[in-house]
Each structure stands twice: as structure tokens, then as C-alpha cells.
Write a protein that binds this ligand. Structure first.
Ligand SMILES: [Zn+2]
Length: 312
């Protein structure tokens, strides 16, 4: 990915349009690469974990997660390049094609941005009602943290053998049917409490997001006259610093949120419920204790150790 970003930055002096095409092509290439890796992984996982999902379902779900990570880059990158192309007036030289290119860049940037803001359900929704008292309990937890829980959605995790839970936009919490079937009532409640805490943390996250973004745009506008005089490598360093500065505070806050969400779950249902739930989920996903599932959640071993301090 870094080499692709570097190539994109080197192409930038050729014009925003070429850079935009390079960005889209590198995203397409990244998705294709992951597609090949998942295509190779599918028969192994299918045999090891007895997956009922077809190769197509497996690929769509796995690539959806890769797209989640790429969408913000596409939205910001393409948005910035579109503004550059528009404000520099270069699009007028290209006539109809210029206008078309501007609209296409804007549309793709907007759609990518929307897919980030309106977090869609990662798996298909199952029309299963969740037991009424689970929702009532989730709403009680919400009141405790000053956030409204509107709905608990059940997702189809059985076909991909995923025992996952998500805090979605609009006060919704999603649990997979596989998770509901694999955990005890107390363990499910501990997982729900963790997700309700994430719902409550969203405001803080959005505020920091808006703040860093505004800061980033401010700095970008302030140094814009200099940026065009920079050599390609200077631009590359500059883009790298910007990306780093924008993502680092978010990453740190999200890691802290994970610890706080675990602490809230423990405050409600005790250490044992959450610890055992985490152990069961890691076993179901065949995840090693010292491997984390993503860049934000700590590994099982780290989480269990952090929870240990509550037992004293
Ligand atoms: Zn979490």
C-alpha cells in the first residue's frame, strides 16, 4: 500500500486527474490482492472450521472489511484532489471531459464518505427477534451512560462462523446469531455492555474526528502555496505526516475506548462473565491468545490480563 501511495504522490505533479486515477487504481489493486489471498484462504478455513458459506459470500464479507479500512483514504484523497482540480481551473481546459471528471471524483468521494459515516451491517441481517429482556437490559445500560439504545439487530454469522458484536450508527447494536448461540446469558450481557459503552463513546470520537480534520484542513490551506513548490519527495513526506497526524490521535482514543468499554462491562456483570465470553469468542475464531483481531482491540492475553486487576 505504501509503495502505491508513493507512486500516487510522485504522479501528483502530472495533475490531480492522473493522481486521482492512480489512487483509484491502487485501491482496486489492493482489493484484488486481498481477493486473491482470501480466495486462497477460503478452502483452508472451510475445511478447518466447517464453513457453510460459499466462496462468494466469504469473499464479499472479507473484502467488505478491507473496504472499511480503505474508504476514508478514498474519501479524503479524492475529495482533496477534486478541490485542487476544480480550484486550479485546470478542468476548464479539458472541456466536457473536465466537468465530467470533476463530478465523477466528487461523487466517488461522497459515496466513500457516506459508507464511512453510515456504518452498514457487516453481515446480512437475520429477521430474528432478540429476547425482549436483552433489549430492556441494553436500554438500562444505555441510560446509565446517557445514550439511547434503539434496537438490537441479529446478523447472520452462522454461515461464516463469526461470533461478533458491533455498535452501529443510530443507537443500534448488532450481534451475530452464532454469538447468541455460543454464549451464556451472562456472557451475552457482558458483550452487550461493551457495545453500549462504544455507543456512548461515539460522540467523543466524532468530536475528535471533526477537530483533527479541521486542524488538518487548516494546516493544508496554510501551507498550500508552498506545497506546489515542493519536490515530489517533499510532497510525499508532507502527505505522510498529514496522514500520520490525522490517524494517530484517533487510534489512541479508540484503544482507550476499548479498555473503558471492558471496564464498564465488568462494572455491570463482573470479571468472570466478560473474561469467559472473550475466551469462548477467541476459541470460536481459532485466534491465538497473543494475536489481536484488528488494530484497535488488544489481544486476548492482554485483555484478560487487564481485566485481572478488577478481581482484586
Ligand atoms: Zn470494542
Amino acid at each position: 500500500m505504501l509503495t502505491k501511495v508513493a507512486i500516487g504522490a510522485l504522479l501528483y505533479p502530472q495533475g490531480a486527474l492522473v493522481a486521482a486515477l492512480a489512487l483509484l487504481m491502487s485501491v482496486g489493486l489492493t482489493l484484488a490482492e486481498f481477493g486473491l489471498i482470501f480466495r486462497w484462504l477460503y478452502p483452508i478455513e472451510r475445511a478447518e472450521r466447517d464453513l457453510p458459506a460459499s466462496a462468494r459470500e466469504y469473499l464479499i464479507a472479507r473484502l467488505g472489511m478491507v473496504w472499511d479500512a480503505l474508504a476514508p483514504i478514498v474519501a479524503f484523497g479524492l475529495g482533496a484532489l477534486m478541490l485542487d482540480y476544480l480550484l486550479s481551473g485546470r478542468y476548464r481546459v479539458a472541456g466536457v471531459w473536465g466537468a465530467l471528471s470533476v463530478s465523477a471524483m466528487g461523487l466517488v468521494a461522497l459515496l466513500s464518505g457516506l459508507s464511512v459515516a453510515r456504518r452498514a451491517t457487516p453481515f446480512p441481517v437475520r429477521c430474528l427477534p432478540v429476547r425482549a429482556h436483552l433489549l430492556e437490559e441494553a436500554q438500562r445500560l444505555g441510560r446509565e451512560l446517557g445514550v439511547t439504545v434503539r434496537e438490537i439487530v441479529v446478523l447472520d454469522g452462522a454461515r461464516l462462523r463469526r461470533a461478533d458484536a458491533f455498535a452501529l450508527s443510530g443507537g443500534r447494536i448488532a450481534l451475530t446469531d452464532y454469538l447468541l448461540a455460543s454464549l451464556t446469558e451472562q456472557q451475552i450481557l457482558a458483550v452487550i455492555a461493551h457495545e453500549v459503552a462504544h455507543l456512548a463513546q461515539r460522540k467523543r470520537l466524532v468530536r475528535l474526528w471533526a477537530l483533527t480534520l479541521a486542524g488538518g484542513v487548516g494546516v493544508a490551506v496554510a501551507v498550500a502555496p508552498l506545497a506546489h513548490q515542493l519536490p515530489p519527495w517533499g510532497l510525499l513526506v508532507w502527505l505522510g505526516l498529514m496522514a500520520f497526524g490525522l490517524t494517530l490521535p484517533m487510534q489512541r482514543l479508540r484503544r482507550r475506548h476499548e479498555r473503558e468499554a471492558d471496564a464498564f462491562a465488568v462494572s455491570q456483570y463482573g470479571v468472570e462473565a466478560l473474561q469467559s465470553a472473550l475466551r469462548v469468542i477467541a476459541t470460536l475464531h481459532r485466534r491465538e491468545p497473543d494475536h489481536s483481531s484488528d488494530a484497535v482491540h488488544p489481544s486476548l492475553a492482554q485483555r484478560l490480563q487487564a481485566l485481572q486487576k478488577f478481581t482484586r
